[in-house]
Design a protein around this ligand. Structure first.
Ligand SMILES: [Zn+2]
Length: 405
C-alpha cells in the first residue's frame, strides 16, 4: 500500500531546508540557519541527514566573512525523480523531472479521446512505463506520479467530479487504479494549479511573489501562488476563471452549472465555432465543425492569426481581450504582481495573447498605480502542467519528510 502524497502537517524543517537550498542554488549552513531562524546544531543535524540520503551535496567553499570560508551546499538533482502526467482527452504529456524540477525525459500523445477509464488508464500507464524504461532512470529513484487534469475534482480522494469525457469518469478512482498498475504513489491535482507552481520551483519568479497563472488547453483554468504555496480555497477547486460569468444574464447555461462562462466565449472550442460564422474561416482552414479535437483546430486558427490572416487575428484578439478581462478579475481579487500564460493553446499565438492581456491588466487593474503587473509566458511552455505535476510530487516529498515506499 502506498501512502497518499496529499496532506502534510509533520515537521516542516526538512522541507524548509530543502526548499531553501533549491531556491538558493548554493547556500552555506550558516545562511540556512539565519534564513530559517534555527540554531547551528539543528541545521547541522538536518543537513547531515539529507546528505546521508544523497539529497544534498557539498560543492566547494563560499566567500569568507572573516574566518574560514563556509562550505556550500546544493541539491543533488539525480538523487530522485518524479513523473508528471497531463491528462486530457485532446492531449497527454508525460515528463520525468529530476530533484531540481528539470525535465530529463518527455513524451506526448494525442489523448485518450472518448475512451472510458478502464481503457484509458492502461494506455496512460504503458506510456509512463515506456518513458521510465527508455530514460535509464532507476525506478527505485522515482518518488511518484503527479497526474494533473481539469476540474472539478476531489483531490484528497483522487477522483474527477465531472462526467467528461464520458459518464464513467465521474467519481472513478483514477489515482488508486493508476497507482495499482504503476506500483508508484499517484497524486491528483488541477492542471492550472500545477502549471502555476512549476514556475516557482524552476526559479522563474521571486520567492515572495503573489502571482497568477492562466492555463489554456482545451479549456481555461487558473491558479494563484502565494509565496510558494498554491492557493487552494476550500477544496482545491479555486481560481476557475474559465467559469466566471461574462454574460450572466443572456449567456447560455454551462456544464459547470453557471451561466455565460468565459470558456464558452474565449476558449478553443468557442473560437472554432466562431470561425464558421466569421468570414468563412473555418471552411477556409479545413476545420471540422463536428470535430472534438479542439487543440488541433484551435492551433490552426492561432497559427493563421500569427501569420497575419486578418479574420483569424480578429478572433484570437477577441479571445485574448476576454482573457484580459479574466486576468483583471484575478489581479483585482488577489493583488497579483504577475500573470503567467501557460498551456498548449498559447503556443501558436502566445505573443498576441500576451500583448492584449498586458494592455488590459495595465489599463484596468485595481492596484496598477502601486506596482507593475507583468504578463509573461510560462518558462515551461506547453508542458507547464505536466512539469508542475511532477514538481508537486517533489514538493510533497520535501514537505512530508519521506514517502513510505
Ligand atoms: Zn462554466
Amino acid at each position: 500500500m502506498f501512502t497518499s502524497l496529499v496532506g502534510g502537517g509533520r515537521s516542516k524543517t526538512r522541507g524548509m531546508v530543502l526548499n531553501l537550498i533549491r531556491a538558493a542554488g548554493t547556500i552555506s549552513r550558516v545562511e540556512l540557519a539565519a534564513s530559517i531562524g534555527l540554531t547551528g546544531p539543528t541545521i547541522t543535524q538536518v543537513v547531515r541527514e539529507l546528505m546521508g540520503e544523497g539529497l544534498v551535496v557539498e560543492v566547494g567553499r563560499g566567500a569568507s566573512t572573516g574566518g574560514k570560508p563556509p562550505t556550500l551546499l546544493q541539491l543533488n538533482p539525480p538523487a530522485c525523480y518524479s513523473v508528471g502526467v497531463l491528462f486530457e482527452r485532446n492531449l497527454c504529456v508525460v515528463v520525468l523531472v529530476d530533484l531540481a524540477g528539470r525535465p530529463v525525459a518527455r513524451t506526448s500523445f494525442q489523448g485518450t479521446a472518448l475512451m472510458p477509464p478502464d481503457q484509458a488508464l492502461p494506455v496512460l500507464a504503458s506510456r509512463v512505463d515506456g518513458l521510465l524504461a527508455t530514460s535509464g532512470v532507476d525506478r527505485s529513484r522515482v518518488l511518484g506520479v503527479g497526474l494533473v487534469s481539469y476540474g472539478p475534482q476531489d483531490r484528497q480522494a483522487g477522483v474527477l467530479l465531472t462526467p467528461q469525457p464520458t459518464d464513467e469518469w465521474m467519481g472513478y478512482p483514477i489515482t488508486q487504479r493508476l497507482s495499482e498498475v504503476l506500483k508508484l504513489p499517484v497524486l491528483l491535482d488541477n492542471d492550472a494549479a500545477a502549471a502555476a507552481i512549476g514556475e516557482y520551483w524552476l526559479g522563474a519568479v521571486e520567492p515572495g511573489s503573489v502571482y497568477g497563472c492562466i492555463y489554456m488547453a482545451s479549456g481555461i483554468g487558473g491558479g494563484v501562488v502565494v509565496a510558494g504555496d498554491v492557493y487552494r480555497g476550500t477544496s482545491s477547486n479555486s481560481v476557475e476563471i474559465g467559469h466566471i460569468a461574462i454574460d450572466a444574464v443572456n449567456g447560455e447555461e454551462c456544464g459547470c452549472g453557471n451561466r455565460g462562462c468565459l470558456e464558452n466565449y474565449a476558449g478553443p472550442s468557442a473560437v472554432i465555432r466562431q470561425a464558421f460564422t466569421t468570414g468563412g474561416l473555418g471552411q477556409r482552414l479545413g476545420l471540422d465543425p463536428a470535430g472534438t479535437d479542439f487543440l488541433t483546430g484551435f492551433g490552426r486558427i492561432a497559427t493563421a492569426a500569427g501569420a497575419g490572416d486578418p479574420v483569424a487575428r480578429s478572433l484570437i484578439e477577441a479571445s485574448a481581450r476576454l482573457l484580459g478581462t479574466a486576468a483583471v478579475t484575478m489581479t483585482t481579487l488577489f493583488d497579483l504582481d504577475r500573470v503567467v500564460l501557460a498551456g498548449p493553446s498559447f503556443t501558436a499565438a502566445g505573443s498576441i495573447y500576451q500583448s492584449v492581456i498586458q494592455e488590459e491588466v495595465q489599463r484596468r487593474s485595481f492596484a496598477r498605480r502601486l506596482h507593475p503587473i507583468e504578463v509573461v509566458p510560462s518558462v515551461n511552455g506547453s508542458d507547464a502542467a505536466a512539469i508542475g505535476g511532477a514538481v508537486l510530487v517533489l514538493q510533497s516529498e520535501l514537505t512530508l519528510l519521506r514517502l513510505q515506499r
